[in-house]
Design a protein around this ligand. Sequence first.
Ligand code: ZN
Length: 149
Amino acid sequence: MEGPERLFWIRPKHTIGRDLREKCYNPCIECGVPLGCTAVPDRNVKIFTNRVVVDHFGQRKFDIACVGSWYGTRENPELQDVPRDLVVSGGLFAFLYNAGVKGLVMPDEGVFSARGDSPLEKKRRFAELTSGKQDKILRKKMWWQKEKE
Ligand SMILES: [Zn+2]
């Protein structure tokens, strides 16, 4: 397909840390690789949070990466389903949003790092590529801003 309807796929080659909720089971008897993984929240905490916390954010320069955990099963080769969550920097998300990329879903919240990597940076990445009225991401209302209207 040619023209503006042409699709592009992006496949990250980096991974960040594992989701702390990751629980894997049923290791392969030959190689030890788990045949299944799922996300299980810590039931022993007194205050439950639905935040996704990973071990670390990897290298600071990453703009797109996979979370180090996968979820699903490898038990039946015909029914393999091992999706990985994908994360992008706020700067890349804003750049793609401003460029009119379709299919972007604004997450309800970000991902947090158990190592203490800051989820915020002083300067937005790629901010110099969009300015003024073109910067639609700055005018986008978040879900909590819409509820007050
Ligand atoms: Zn194996």
